[in-house]
Design a protein around this ligand. Structure first.
Ligand SMILES: C[S@@+](CC[C@H](N)C(=O)[O-])C[C@H]1O[C@@H](n2cnc3c(N)ncnc32)[C@H](O)[C@@H]1O
Length: 294
């Protein structure tokens, strides 16, 4: 038994999840990934870049669905290290086509016109507000003509209590504003990419019982904690439950969008008559932020 003092409250959320090996998925998990791969009509030899790959779930899943090459980048070295380790457990046919490296969305270390698909799931909120336009221009730069950008992004479909946002800031270490879908759509369209398809889905909260069960099993099964004593494991359970509770409350007000944008080569003329409920990118109107409830 190891009794070395290790304090989960002193670790950042991304460091902690990489350490305990939580499988961090994009909103909608495999259902979303299947949707993206099907809709983006990827060819077998396609080159895919994932931004904010975290522990690698999305990149590895894409390589399971298509015979393409996938590079995942993340700004967090611990997450990249864990994704490499998890990749090493996959069959050679996957390992040969997937790689991970440390990289920053706002300064991509890749040539122009290199990728058929750039995927980003859940990472945009983590990128500082002032870097987001730069990041989007970088995604466009590395896309081939008519290549696709896929963005899976949480947004608030309703006003959210101030306490929920304060708790979220304390867990994530940065402020999350109550952005609506119009904030994200405006940001995405400013990149000059064409809105190709848009779907939105409402999230839901889970019961305390499910949160508890999930946390206990995750910590009991965590390879990194296998040699620690019960007191350390119990500290990890308390901290992870606390974090999951904050996310759970937040999910009552969240939906997510799955957006595909295409790297147009020739500018397209406005389309006038659109079917009902279609997002009209030429006449986009809506408030960017919800007022915060006390
Ligand atoms: C919620 S996780 C994304 C989950 C992942 N996309 C998936 O589908 O499994 C957000 C990730 O974005 C990363 N991130 C934050 N800022 C970044 C940046 N500027 N460039 C690249 N990655 C970044 C964080 O380190 C974190 O791992």
């Amino acid at each position: 038994m190891t009794t070395k003092l290790i304090n989960p409250s002193a670790m950042s959320y991304v460091d902690l999840l990489s350490y305990i090996e939580e499988v961090n998925r994009c909103p909608g998990g495999k259902r979303t990934i299947n949707n993206i791969v099907s809709k983006s009509l990827l060819s077998d030899d396609a080159q895919v870049l994932e931004i904010g790959s975290n522990t690698g779930f999305t990149s590895i899943e894409i390589a399971k669905l298509k015979n393409c090459k996938v590079i995942g980048i993340d700004v967090n070295p611990q997450a990249v290290e864990k994704s490499m380790y998890l990749l090493s457990k996959e069959p050679k046919s996957i390992q040969d086509r997937v790689s991970f490296r440390v990289g920053d969305a706002a300064n991509l270390n890749f040539d122009d016109n290199q990728f058929d698909l750039v995927v980003t799931g859940g990472a945009n909120t983590f990128i500082p507000e002032n870097d987001r336009e730069k990041a989007l221009s970088e995604y466009r730069r590395v896309l081939k003509p008519y290549g696709m950008l896929s963005v899976t992004n949480l947004f608030y479909h309703d006003t959210v209590p101030k306490e929920v946002l304060t708790n979220l800031r304390n867990v994530l270490g940065f402020e999350v504003k109550p952005w609506t879908k119009y904030y994200w759509l405006d940001l995405l369209l400013k990149s000059g990419l064409e809105l190709y398809s848009y779907d939105e889905t409402e999230m839901q909260a889970r019961s305390s019982e499910v949160l508890n069960q999930f946390t206990s099993k995750l910590i009991d099964d965590s390879p990194a904690l296998a040699n620690f004593d019960d007191e350390v494991k119990s500290n990890f359970k308390d901290r992870w439950f606390e974090i999951m509770n904050v996310f759970n409350e937040n999910h009552r007000y969240l939906s997510f969008m799955t957006v595909l944008l295409r790297n147009q080569y020739v500018t397209e003329q406005q389309e006038l008559f659109l079917e009902k409920d279609t997002i009209d990118p030429w006449n986009l109107k809506g408030q960017f932020l919800w007022e915060v409830d006390k």
